[in-house]
Design a protein around this ligand. Structure first.
Ligand code: SF4
Length: 364
């Protein structure tokens, strides 16, 4: 529900009602308007009818065996299903991984969401309501959501305006007040989106799904690379850094035999040094590589075939194998030895299909 729509519902009410309503929803985190006791009962009933506290209906909630991950499936008002994940980094932060689209049109070979195709873009309110759901849940547990990442279903830069409207709502100091350093957008490499973000006053973190250090492999893994090959992508990154001086996080999923060889790590180090915006050809602290364990996931048969993997004739689907821990460590060591800033992301929610690349609605 946008502010304009709320103003329409509140027509005839004193001016301060809008602040009270926003305060109840975004600060007090009421789960129903009946809890907003500062508002008159008739207005609470009207809001219940015309502006429900959430435009999403919770369908399923699944927790991982370790309890550090919770995945929710939500139904939108038009029946579309989306998924959102909470990751608890014990004693450190609680991150909500939010979807920006129902499905995704980008068809990355390794990604379960990519097998769904695009259903539609989500509205700003649908994006915000995913965060609010977990904010209410954490508050009830005496805790809070601390970080928001646009890394769920969808390509955020294909829904730029709604994503930024949602992030501005989350950033509002009178609302949830998430600082820009606690919100991240992850893109598969949509160059116009990177350039737009470079000029956006809301300076949130930017992550780029790289997954390959050369055009041939990257185009095979990520069709987006045909439209925006590495030279174009890094030209946009240099512009972004020139305007923002912000660090970029590069994500590299490690898939066994596909992109986890030490030679690929060397090539990645070469790429990041060559593309250092200061032109020295040395490693830069502005580039950070986040290595991610790939979670064996069903993918399109055509994608599996491109890498010589078997396809199940019954389902027409294939699976990419996860890189073994030894190869992942060796990959990290190469980058480390070359002076590249690198970490290995902790894995969350593999057992509930909530890990990276696994979001795809199995809920009916
Ligand atoms: S990795 Fe991201 S951009 Fe690629 S298909 Fe999956 S959801 Fe879409």
């Amino acid at each position: 529900m946008t502010t304009d729509a709320l103003e329409h519902i509140l027509a005839g009410e004193p001016k301060y009602r809008l602040s009270q309503v926003r305060e109840a929803k975004y600060r007090s985190l009421v789960s129903s308007w009946s809890e907003a006791t500062a508002l008159p009962p008739a207005l609470r009933e009207k809001l219940d009818r015309e502006a429900p506290i959430s435009c999403l209906t919770l369908v399923t909630e699944t927790a991982s065996a370790k309890g550090d991950t919770v995945k929710c499936a939500f139904r939108c008002a038009d029946g579309q299903l989306i998924e959102t994940v909470l990751m608890r980094h014990e004693g450190e932060r609680n991150t909500v991984c939010v979807s920006s689209q129902a499905g995704c049109p980008m068809a990355c070979a390794f990604c379960a969401t990519g097998t769904m195709g695009l259903k539609r873009n989500l509205t700003a309110q649908e994006i915000v309501d995913q965060v609010l759901h977990f904010a209410r849940k954490m508050k009830a547990e005496g805790d809070a959501v601390t970080n928001v990442v646009l890394m769920g279903m969808g390509e955020p830069f294909h829904n730029y305006d709604s994503v930024m409207e949602a992030l501005r709502t989350l950033n509002d100091p009178k609302g949830l007040a998430f600082g820009v350093r606690r919100m991240s957008i992850s893109t598969c490499g949509i160059v116009p989106g990177i350039l737009k973000l470079a000029d956006d006053p809301l300076r949130v973190n930017l992550a780029i799904s790289l997954h390959a250090p050369n055009d041939e492999l990257r185009s095979n893994l990520m069709p987006v690379n045909k439209a925006y090959p590495l030279a174009k992508l890094f030209a946009a990154i240099r512009t972004y850094i020139g305007k923002t001086n912000r660090k970029i996080m590069f994500e590299h999923l490690l898939i066994d035999g596909v992109n986890d060889a030490p030679e690929i790590a060397e090539e990645l180090a070469d790429l990041l040094c060559r593309e250092n915006p200061d032109g020295t050809g040395r490693p830069t602290p502005l580039y950070h590589v986040n290595l991610i364990k790939y979670h064996t996931t069903e993918v399109l048969g055509s994608a599996a075939e491109r890498f010589g993997l078997t396809v199940d004739p019954k389902t027409g689907k294939g699976t990419f194998p996860s890189s073994p821990v030894k190869r992942r460590s060796a990959f990290q060591q190469v980058l480390y030895d070359r002076g590249i800033s690198v970490t290995h992301r902790i894995t969350f929610g593999e057992d509930i299909d909530a890990a990276c690349g696994q979001l795809a609605n199995k809920t009916k």
